[in-house]
Design a binder for this molecule. Structure first.
Ligand code: HEM
Length: 251
């Protein structure tokens, strides 16, 4: 089954690279021809009309995030929150996590970083411009989001290129591959280990970064566990890197 079918009933698979290129014609057909779409091959249902999606987002009894937001068999299951944090939690656990993380990850915290974000952007743009011509994604848009996340959570500059490489391995999928490849699993484990090390360091010597703020966050004596902090730091890699890179790439 491919992701796009010119004639015949509409077909949709989030794995189909030809859909990634331009998903909107397929989304339009789903809304008009199959608003509750069934894919037996990958065993999922897809809602595509705004009012249906909004209602599903708000109906946590019928539509649970508890097994995560990925169809990859090795990423889907009751332990998904260990690497996907919020994205694999329903209220009230989701609300608790968001309230505690919201103590550290605030709009003002991000606003304070504006000058640093501009500096990091220039650090990547200047060497690229000196080349005369450059690959916008490889030399700039694919580096900036992950380095800004690293700046936010407190990763030292010397480690950022390697963390970027691993972050890309976690989300990279060869066409035709329908699960996390071994290289992605290995990179995920290495990232989790790295972030646990950072949490231990910040417990011993707090700094002005998000990791230290998450360790300090408290609501009525309730605090985040190391596992919850590490899972959130990992979520930032998955939620904040590829999404923004693709947005910059399409800009
Ligand atoms: C163009 C860029 C981005 C897009 C299109 C995007 C899109 C989304 C979407 C659709 C969700 C909801 C997922 C769900 O509940 O199933 C989400 C959640 C989330 N995103 Fe983003 N995102 C982007 C950038 C970022 C960045 C840069 C960060 C962090 C640095 C981030 C952090 C998060 C977090 C923490 C959540 C979970 C929120 C919650 O469950 O309460 N995202 N994002």
């Amino acid at each position: 089954m491919t992701g796009v079918s010119a004639g015949g009933p509409v077909t949709y698979s989030p794995y189909a690279y030809e859909i990634h290129e331009d998903p909107y014609p397929v989304y339009a057909r789903l809304r008009s021809e199959a608003p509750v779409y069934r894919n037996d091959e990958f065993d999922f249902w897809a809602l595509s009309r705004h009012q249906d999606v909004l209602a599903a987002f708000r109906n946590v009894d019928a539509f649970s995030n508890s097994h995560g937001v990925s169809l990859d068999p090795s990423a889907f299951g009751p332990d998904a929150h260990k690497v996907m944090s919020f994205l694999a939690l329903d209220p009230p656990r989701h609300t608790r996590m968001r309230s505690l993380v919201g103590k550290g990850f605030t709009p003002s915290k991000v606003a304070q970083m504006e000058d640093r974000i501009r500096e990091i952007a220039i650090e990547h743009l200047e060497p690229a411009l000196e080349q005369g011509s450059f690959d916008f994604i490889a030399d700039f848009a694919g580096k900036l989001p992950m380095d800004v996340i690293s700046e936010l959570v407190g990763v030292p500059p010397v480690d950022r290129a390697e963390l970027r490489r691993m972050a890309n391995l976690v989300v990279h999928r060869e066409d035709g591959l329908f699960d996390v490849p071994q290289a992605g699993m290995d990179a995920a484990l290495t990232l989790v280990g790295y972030y646990q090390g950072m949490v231990d360091d910040r417990r011993a010597a707090p700094r002005d970064d998000l990791t230290s703020a998450l360790l300090k966050a408290e609501i009525d004596g309730d605090k985040l566990t190391d596992e919850e902090i590490v899972a959130f730091l990992f979520l930032m890699v998955v939620a904040g890197n590829e999404t923004t890179t693709k947005l910059l790439g399409n800009a």
